[in-house]
Design a protein around this ligand. Structure first.
Ligand code: A2P
Length: 309
């Protein structure tokens, strides 16, 4: 995966600069006065015109698309210089050109210092957004709303020693952001990222993210020897053919990794997946004596939904 150029991390919630960034086409200030760049591309021209009526959004450009399976793909877009977010947050995205734009919340998979935005998406046949989204190609436009948010952030966790990131499917996206953020490595001695998917092929994105940490310009030294990826697969033969919830309940997760079970004194847990997975993992954390945290009240575990189109 290509490594992006570095950018200085900005404070979360920082006010947007008055001047329009080089890629955003829709700030309030310039609304109605800007001239659409003549790219010669009809679709982008139409999207640019549409941007004038959408001051709550940035219009970004798709720069890269990679399909992993017939259900999963990732894509990168330009990033507006004024878009600040904390690693692990999500943002609403949509596609220009539809009769009534459909927006869906997507976790930002790139870290907050990255020059680009990255997203990891499911393809839902007939899905209101992903039916079209899965067909995007470099050069296409993407609406990105201006207010990222979320609870899957380091700020919502009390200090601890080991950070567990529990994901199913595209729920791994916010963790792809967090493992590439130096702050994660400053706050925790050790990180265990777990992902459960239907098939082994669906694990490739997480495998590449974790393998890529060794060459990461910011975290390679920090993460060395301190990160582990634990994967399980449920719908084809695999050395760990089970949901992560089963691996936790049976104690297999901890015996495989040589760690103690979750403990409020040392362990912090972040959870991202389907509603059922969130419910079940949350129950396991509560049973282990951990308290749920939030931005307002940091504690021992946090929960976020993974979003599908
Ligand atoms: P399963 O195959 O047993 O349903 P999906 O692709 O449907 O989003 O699911 C991703 C993975 O999450 C699948 O491996 C699925 O297992 C697993 N999963 C579904 N529900 C739960 C749950 N409640 N707890 C843990 N894992 C779950």
């Amino acid at each position: 995966m290509p490594r992006p150029a570095l950018r200085a991390p900005g404070p979360a919630g920082a006010p947007e600069p008055a001047a329009r960034c080089e890629s955003c086409l829709c700030t309030d200030k310039l609304r109605g006065t800007m001239v659409a760049p003549d790219t010669g591309d009809e679709t982008m021209r139409a999207a640019t015109a549409e941007a004038m009526d959408r001051p709550d959004c940035h219009l970004e450009t798709v720069t890269e698309v990679e399909h992993y399976t017939d259900r999963l793909f990732r894509f990168r877009t330009t990033r507006p210089a004024s878009l600040r977010f904390r690693s692990g947050e999500f943002v609403m995205i949509g596609l220009p050109g539809g009769e009534k734009p459909v927006f869906r919340a997507y976790s930002i998979a790139s870290p907050n210092w990255d020059d680009a935005l990255e997203f990891f998406s499911i393809k839902v046949p007939g899905g209101p957004l992903t039916e079209r989204l899965q067909k995007i190609v470099p050069g296409d436009g993407l609406w990105v709303k201006k207010k990222p948010t979320g609870t899957l952030v380091l700020d919502a966790l009390a200090p601890g020693r080991r950070l567990w990131m529990l994901a199913t499917g595209t729920g791994v996206a916010p963790f792809a952001s967090l493992v590439r953020d130096p702050e994660t490595w400053e706050k925790f001695e050790e990180v265990v990222l777990t992902q459960t998917c239907r098939t082994a092929a669906e694990l490739r994105y997480a495998e590449e993210i974790v393998a890529g940490l060794a060459e990461d310009p910011l975290v390679s030294e920090l993460a060395a020897g301190r990160v582990r990826l634990y994967t399980t697969v449920t719908r084809e033969p695999h050395p760990r053919p089970m949901r992560i919830t089963t691996a936790i309940e049976s104690g297999r997760l901890f015996s495989d990794l040589g760690t103690a079970p979750f403990s409020a004194g040392t362990d912090r847990v972040m959870i991202c997946g389907s509603m059922e997975m969130l419910r079940d993992c949350r129950a396991l954390c509560l049973a282990a004596g951990l308290t749920e945290g939030s931005n307002a009240r940091p504690a021992e575990f946090v929960v976020e939904r993974a979003f599908a189109g």
